[in-house]
Design a protein around this ligand. Structure first.
Ligand code: ATP
Ligand code: MG
Length: 365
């Protein structure tokens, strides 16, 4: 019996989700061969295709299988042509966020050596910040509850609670403490809001600074969303951990991905107190699905985040090492200029990129 054995729910989903998941499981199999870690992978189906065929995007058994697992690895779900009668898309990933209370949407934005950056400044290669998007309330709390009155006025409501704001703030400060240890410098958490205008954000800000006082080793700061949009172009290398409301986080995470090579390079995690789901920031990309040209790096880096989270949660050195090893292998594959995916103008497909990364993992013990 292996010392570190983990049950993973594997949810490929639709479109390129299926293709990048294949790359991720190949990386996990390579990790199993190199480390004292075992994965029991249970495939869980769901998504737009399944909705079209059965009327249910994800079954109750599917949700329960995900809840039973030690961690969930998720590709992407959805299709622009497959919708509910009200025009919205089936989105089991959002259902899971609410159901499993995955309040912390973690999106690390890091420049990978060798990947072209959007900004010309030489400092752009220093970009390395982590965006924490609160993922269960904010404006998205209104999902499915918005109202249109007399075909004249539409209203959605923003909701901020003390409980979730405290949790997501603590999460962000703990993340900054951990990053500070690794980077050997003091950490900073910046709350991004619009507290000069909205009561909900002023409330969020008050609670954020209450929580900050319990983390004296980290600097706490606040910045307005509009100024942040400007500064993410002007000086993104100055940010460390940023925490923000759901809708703002949704927007800033795409902006962040754009800074470091695009959606194909942006991993993410949805973390709660009891469960965690790891998925690339991108969607199903129907325009390129089925051609074998999707960039698997976002999915592979999400897999590394999963190992890092499992390692921290279960005190598993092997998982922590494996997480670092994957990141290092990605950097080495791109730093050497030996692979270039289609989304940055190259001609290496999903499989070739996964192989280049696997080849650069540390040799077998
Ligand atoms: P969602 O609604 O799920 O966020 P979306 O409509 O925003 O989806 P995405 O799938 O996130 O669309 O991506 C937008 C476009 O970016 C895709 O259509 C595709 O051209 C490109 N893209 C996204 N991910 C990748 C990837 N991994 N590799 C290559 N190109 C990608
Ligand atoms: Mg999108």
């Amino acid at each position: 019996m292996r010392e570190n054995s983990f049950r993973l729910a594997i949810m490929p989903g639709d479109g390129i989700g299926v293709e990048v998941m294949e790359a991720a499981t190949a990386v996990l199999e390579a990790i199993e061969k190199r480390h004292d870690i075992g994965f029991k992978m249970e495939r869980v189906n769901g998504g737009a295709r399944q909705y079209q065929e059965t009327g249910v995007a994800m079954t109750e058994e599917g949700f329960e299988a995900a809840e039973r697992a030690d961690a969930i690895l998720f590709g992407a779900m959805g299709s622009p042509d497959i919708r509910h009668p009200d025009g919205t898309e089936p989105a089991p990933q959002l259902d899971m966020r609410f159901r499993m209370k995955l309040y912390a949407g973690l999106r690390p934005i890091r420049a990978i050596p060798g990947v072209p950056l959007a900004l010309a400044s030489p400092r752009a290669s220093e970009i390395d910040f982590a965006l924490v998007r609160e993922s269960t309330e904010g404006l998205f709390a209104s999902r499915g509850k918005g109202i249109v009155t007399d075909d004249k006025v539409a209203t959605d409501t923003m909701r901020i609670t003390r409980d979730v704001t405290e949790r997501v703030s603590h999460f962000s400060f703990k993340l900054a403490e951990r990053r500070a240890r690794r980077r050997k410098r003091k950490g900073t958490v910046t709350l991004i809001d619009k507290s000069n205008v909205f009561r909900s954000f002023a409330f969020m800000r008050k609670i954020f600074f209450e929580v900050a006082s319990q983390h004296p080793d980290v600097t706490a700061a606040q910045h307005s969303i509009d100024a942040t949009a400007l500064d993410l172009i002007r000086r993104p290398w100055d940010f460390d951990v940023m925490v923000t409301e759901n809708m703002f986080g949704d927007i800033l995470s795409d902006l962040g991905a754009g800074l470091v090579g695009g959606m194909g390079f942006a991993p993410s995690a949805d973390i709660g107190d009891d469960h965690a789901l790891f998925q690339p920031c991108h969607g199903t990309a129907p325009d390129i699905a089925g051609q074998g040209i999707a960039n698997p790096v976002a999915m592979i880096l999400s897999t590394a985040m999963m190992l890092d989270w499992l390692g921290a949660r279960h005190s598993s050195e092997a998982c922590l090492e494996a997480a670092d090893e994957i990141e290092t292998a990605v950097d080495a594959a791109f730093g050497a200029g030996s692979v270039r995916p289609y989304d940055i103008g190259g001609s290496d497909g999903t499989g070739a990129i996964a192989r280049a990364i696997i080849e650069r993992l540390a040799p077998r013990a």
